[in-house]
Design a binder for this molecule. Structure first.
Ligand SMILES: Cc1cc2nc3c(=O)[nH]c(=O)nc-3n(C[C@H](O)[C@H](O)[C@H](O)COP(=O)(O)O)c2cc1C
Length: 211
């Protein structure tokens, strides 16, 4: 039997929205047969800033046992699905800092030929979900990655309406992640596993053919 597809779901979340989306993506990927690592990136904000925001402090406590992402998680994975809240239409600095630690892997070609995808959350409906995901996807091109956006390839995508990746509008925190976003997240997890498995098998058979 062939080895399970390995998926890393690597996210940043201050108040839990992106974390909820991450769990849906993990669920979808696991149901598709993948071995999944859920990892948060390291927090950079000072403890006083976190303590001053009840939602942020509560979420940090809730997820204290989620392992912190390392470069080895990325090297291990066949596919990586990154999540970040929108920050002024871009990804959060915490996720950017993590991406910037991957130069060593990049220089050895170890980020290439993997499948990448992304998910996000905003406060408002036109608050930058698409720009955040496209900004994230810039980096995947530099990795030599295969970007697997969900597109409109499933009914779940016509419901959430975002072909770039799973997303949710959280308001000021009063709009919790709903079934529309959860279904889209599960679909994204399944789709990434399917494409990563096909890519891995195709690359292996191409290497055999070439050898
Ligand atoms: C510095 C900062 C910048 C933000 N910029 C935007 C923005 O441009 N558009 C928007 O809709 N929400 C913006 N937000 C709100 C967050 O994106 C929103 O609260 C977040 O998606 C919730 O995700 P989380 O619960 O996983 O932290 C911003 C929040 C912060 C702290």
């Amino acid at each position: 039997m062939s080895e399970a597809t390995k998926v890393a779901v690597v996210y940043y979340s201050s108040t839990g929205t992106v974390y909820e989306l991450a769990k849906s993506i993990v669920e979808g990927a696991e149901k598709a047969g993948a071995e999944v690592r859920l990892r948060k990136v390291a927090e950079l904000a000072p403890a006083e800033a976190i303590a001053a925001n009840a939602g942020w402090a509560a979420h940090a406590a809730e997820t204290q046992d989620v392992p912190v992402a390392t470069a080895e998680d990325i090297a291990w994975a066949d596919a990586v699905i990154f999540g970040s809240p929108t920050r002024f239409g871009n990804i959060a600095s915490q996720l950017k800092q993590f991406l910037d630690t991957l130069g060593g892997l990049w220089s050895k070609g170890q980020l290439a030929d993997k499948v990448y995808s992304g998910f996000t959350a905003t406060s408002t409906a036109h608050g930058g979900q698409e720009s955040t995901l496209l900004a994230m996807y810039n980096t995947f091109h530099h990795f030599g990655g295969i970007v697997a956006a969900p597109g409109y390839t499933d009914p779940a995508k016509f419901a959430d309406g975002n072909p770039y990746g799973t997303s949710h509008v959280a308001g000021q925190g009063e709009l919790p992640v709903d079934d529309i976003a959860r279904n889209a997240g599960q679909f994204q997890g399944r789709r990434v596993v399917r494409i990563a498995a096909a890519l891995k098998a195709g690359l292996a058979s191409a290497a055999e053919f070439a050898g």
